[in-house]
Ligand binder design. Structure first.
Ligand code: NDP
Length: 320
């Protein structure tokens, strides 16, 4: 069992690599650059167990070479410009990178042949503001950001390749999921990290955008198990992976502030952090994943916040 993971040093790539190593896989971790940050791998203590490889995923010959050389049984395509906020600043780069990299992988699989299965990291963001919740695979997509456009385009590209060329490929439509490895540019980690700085007297305020919106939040180490389960099925199809309930962003701030004894007046709305378009509420239906994949998920998201908070406090106490 040999797995190629693109975006292998990100949050999900790191947890997935750890999970697959535990199952006895040879894990080929594809990095964007020789200088890519391996901190997540060091935290999980897997940096001496994975095989590092570099490839230009925007270049088809480079992707063909990667697959021919390593002959994977499974490919997990997680590399992406993954920030919705950043996609408004870099719309063309986000859309082109996130779509072309998947197209190159699909095309390389078609040309190289062999028995390879591909998982692609799709996103709930592609549904946008919907009329009816929970979201299922039948919900109409109304992408509301360049990131969402990229994920929707990639979703349909994969589906077209799967049907046209009989490829074993599937999209996991994942809703937000967090962990100690999440970059600080993402909301929950930002709230946790900056609140700890306020608690330690190193910062005055927590700047937020619109926190009167709701998201379906989950726990990354459990979500990567669903990715693997998807590729173990006899026939590859898409699945929604989510917790099944949404949480108000303001409630996350309140929870963290209460834990650290910080007054609510320290929250400041910065209009620059308010997105040009946003989704009010979103949560999904994970019944198919639970019934067909046997994926089990029963994590209380406030326990995840507790873990992130404990990690951030420990990091800062060590640094003090
Ligand atoms: P991260 O942001 O933690 O990791 C992204 C990875 O992609 C990194 O390894 C990064 O490499 C690499 N990358 C390659 N090209 C680019 C680029 N042009 N810009 C930025 N990064 C790039 O993402 P996650 O692990 O959280 O997510 C994995 C996948 O799942 C992504 O495709 C994401 O869009 C998708 N997803 C994530 C959700 C979540 O809540 N986490 C929800 C739904 C979908 P480098 O270190 O060199 O920057």
């Amino acid at each position: 069992m040999r797995a190629i993971i693109t975006g292998a040093n990100g949050q999900d790539g790191s947890y997935l690599a750890q999970f697959l190593l535990g199952k006895g896989y040879a894990v080929i971790a594809v990095l964007r650059a020789k200088t890519s940050n391996l901190e997540n791998h060091r935290i999980l203590d897997i940096d001496d167990q994975v095989i590092y490889a570099s490839a230009d995923l925007t270049n088809l010959p480079s992707v063909i070479e990667l697959i021919s050389q390593h002959q994977p049984t499974e490919i997990y395509n997680l590399a992406a410009q993954s920030s919705v906020s950043r996609s408004f600043q870099e719309p063309i780069d986000t859309i082109s990178y996130n779509v072309v990299t998947l197209l190159n992988l699909l095309e390389a699989m078609r040309r190289v042949g062999g028995d390879i299965r591909l998982y692609h990291a799709s996103s709930s963001e592609m549904y946008g503001n919907v009329d009816c919740l929970p979201i299922t695979l039948n919900t109409q997509m109304r992408p509301a950001s360049p990131y969402a456009v990229s994920k929707a385009s990639a979703f349909w590209a994969l589906s077209t390749y799967r049907e046209s060329f009989d490829l074993k490929a599937a999209s996991g439509v994942l809703f937000n999921h967090e962990s100690i490895l999440r970059p600080k540019t993402f909301f929950v980690k930002k709230v946790v990290a900056e609140s700890v700085q306020i608690y330690l007297g190193r910062r005055q305020h927590l700047e937020v955008g619109n926190i009167d919106i709701r998201r379906d939040f989950g726990y990354a180490p459990e979500y990567v198990k669903a990715m693997w389960l998807m590729l173990q099925q006899p026939v590859q199809k898409d699945y929604i992976i989510c917790s099944g309930r949404s949480i108000l962003l303001r409630d996350i701030v309140t929870y963290v502030f209460e834990k650290l004894g910080i007054d609510e007046c320290r929250v400041v709305v910065n209009q620059e952090l308010v997105r040009p378009t946003d989704i009010d509420d979103i949560y999904g239906d994970n019944a198919s994943a639970k019934e067909e994949l046997g994926w089990q998920y029963a994590v209380n998201f406030f326990d995840v916040i507790d873990e992130m908070l404990a990690h951030e406090l420990a990091l800062n106490v060590v640094r003090t």
